[in-house]
Design a protein around this ligand. Structure first.
Ligand SMILES: [Zn+2]
Length: 602
């Protein structure tokens, strides 16, 4: 495994490799400057040299279980370099390829209006028979050349599309800023997720060949490359993702189901699986997406390109009760075994409104443990009133909500933790008292969290308060074999006493394992799963279904958050998905042996 290859000296922050990629670019531009004053400088200044790029293969993306999920293949583009006298050769190329010459002319004039000197790609990714036909006639096509390209392939299509991202053509308005970094107008670059986040590491550095051309842009004599520069392939990324788990987690979502699942290793912050449904196929973008495909994706009401695991924030519902409980314990408003003044009779009157418990029959008198296990709303309404919105907001922030986790992805939602000043601005003075505080205590109202934040928080509780920064990249390996490991960073420590954390862990374990607990559907034979259901009301239809958990409860190797949009009760929909993810992961980590047969079964 790559992590073992890296010696201590090589265990550098990944910034080093980003720096290496940048310095490579500086070397390149220095080379070009030296070159400028050399014997070819004059030719260059007179536009008498043609640069043919040699595409660098984009780096591979590997998972923790050594599955290649993104690779590159070489492609061949037909490119117009000549800036004059191009009509006849372009028309001849179109007829050789049986393509519409009017469309090609339009493409050339369209681009040249804005970028008069840049080469124009006439045909991308020529299939072999057409490539052979063009090469055969290249001498009759002055000003046209074949240029290599590196084409991206997502090996599993839509599976994992939200963690991988895609590569797409540089947008015209990006080109001015990117051209200094060695990009050509027709280059592709990472867009979204890891392809974008680690673009500098993945892209490598294109090489090139220079050809002397005459004043009319035609190559002189037999084509002969002057001072060729070899391309430097991009580095390979090694991810923390367990691909077997990713595949299993994706398959747990039914067709048409919208939602997300995040699995994290609590003791390192490594992300083991990151699912967002529906998904999309990054390969649609590999050679430039067709307008019809783009319109279909962009106008899909289910937003398949939107990463729900990281970019969407939802009301957390009862999964938030861990925060309310922790705040009340830390503020000494309750003790772990004290009972609330008012027993649950199925509802609580606050002012002139009646707030219902999810169980109309009522739970009777409960201590914190019982209130968590049965998810009693009336118990938590009373905690919310005692805590106030302000204190719940403060504890939410201390526990990492309302702020980005700083995962290594380009876009992340911070969620929302509304406090009294937020309500003052939004709904007027005093609007955050009473019912708002009661609702916040059970994770309803304006409070919003992402599935990633919730997985990270539950992982930290399971990990006795130590929260590692969630991340996807483990190491990068250059084409020459140098391995750079990403430094693990502790994000923070939850500001909770060991007694508070122990009380939460005991309660969460009983939510799943005690008869009558609301999380029974996440039970895994042979392992204590500790977790919490959530059912989040929302103004856009049926409730969202949540489950957040970690396992094994005492010393977890996995924490999971699952959200299914508009699916109803967390106990019925999200909990079994989370339970299956835990079961699959622990089964993969401990190969089946006679003594462990129960774990891998089901
Ligand atoms: Zn109740």
């Amino acid at each position: 495994m790559a992590q073992e290859i890296g010696s201590r000296e090589r265990t550098l922050a990944l910034m080093a490799i980003c720096g290496a990629a940048l310095s490579l670019l500086l070397v390149r531009s220095a080379q070009l400057q030296v070159f400028d004053s050399s014997k070819y400088g004059m030719l260059s200044r007179q536009n008498r040299l043609r640069r043919i790029d040699l595409a660098a293969p984009r780096g591979l993306v590997l998972t923790a279980d050594s599955v290649i999920i993104a690779e590159s293949r070489p492609g061949f583009n037909l490119v117009l370099f000549a800036t004059a006298d191009w009509a006849a050769p372009v028309s001849r190329a179109a007829s050789l390829l049986a393509l519409d010459s009017a469309a090609m002319f339009a493409a050339v004039t369209g681009q040249r209006r804005q970028f008069p000197r840049d080469p124009v790609v006439l045909v991308r990714d020529l299939p072999p028979p057409l490539l052979a036909r063009i090469e055969e006639h290249l001498d009759d096509l002055p000003g046209l050349r074949i240029e290599t390209a590196s084409l991206r392939r997502a090996c599993f299509g839509p599976v994992g599309s939200h963690l991988l991202g895609f590569t797409g053509r540089i947008a015209v308005n990006q080109y001015d800023s990117l051209r200094d970094y060695g990009y050509g107008l027709d280059d592709f670059l990472g867009k979204g997720s890891l392809e974008q986040q680690y673009e500098n590491i993945l892209r490598g550095s294109d090489g090139y060949e220079l050809y002397e051309v005459d004043a009319r842009g035609r190559e002189r004599g037999a084509p002969q490359a002057l001072e060729p520069v070899e391309p430097v392939p991009g580095s390979t990324l090694r991810l923390s993702i367990d691909w077997g788990l990713q595949l299993a987690a994706e398959s747990l979502f039914a067709v048409g189901q919208k939602g997300a699942a995040v699995a994290i290793e609590p003791s390192t912050g490594r992300i083991l699986a990151l699912v967002s449904r529906p998904n999309f196929d990054p390969n649609q973008f590999a050679t430039g997406i067709r307008a019809a495909d783009w319109n279909r994706l962009a106008n899909d009401p289910d937003f398949p390109m939107w990463d729900r695991a990281v970019r969407s924030a939802y009301p957390p519902g009862s999964t938030f009760k861990v925060v309310t409980a922790a705040a009340a314990l830390e503020e000494s408003l309750i003790t772990a075994d004290g009972r609330m003044p008012r027993a649950c009779g199925g509802s609580l009157r606050i002012g002139n409104r009646v707030f219902k418990c999810w169980d109309k029959g009522g739970h009777g008198s409960l201590d914190l443990h019982g209130a968590m296990v049965h998810s009693c709303d009336v118990y938590f309404y009373q905690l919310g009133l005692a805590l106030t919105v302000e204190r719940m907001a403060r504890w939410s922030r201390r526990m990492g909500l309302g702020d980005r986790t700083r995962v290594d992805l380009p876009i992340e939602s911070p969620g929302l933790v509304p406090d009294s000043s937020w309500y003052r601005r939004r709904t007027g003075p005093g609007s955050w008292r009473g019912g708002v505080a009661a609702n916040m205590a059970i994770g309803q109202g304006e409070l919003m969290v992402t599935p990633l934040q919730l997985a990270s928080l539950y992982g930290a509780i399971g990990n006795d308060g130590q929260r590692w920064k969630p991340h996807l990249l483990v190491s990068a390996e250059t084409a020459e074999g140098a391995v750079f490991r990403k430094e693990l960073k502790i994000y923070d420590r939850l500001p909770l006493s060991p007694a508070t954390i122990a009380a939460l862990k005991r309660a969460l374990a009983d939510v799943v394992n005690q008869p009558g607990g609301t999380g029974g559907a996440a039970r895994v034979a042979g392992v204590a799963v500790a977790g919490k259901t959530g059912t989040a009301q929302n103004p856009h239809g049926e409730d969202h279904s949540w489950f957040a958990c970690f396992a094994p409860a005492d010393r977890p190797s996995i924490a999971v958050a699952v959200l299914v949009e508009n699916a109803g009760h967390g106990s019925a929909v999200a909990a079994p998905i989370a339970g299956s993810i835990v079961r699959t992961y622990l089964g993969r980590r401990q190969p089946r042996s006679p003594g462990q047969a129960t774990l891998a079964a089901e």
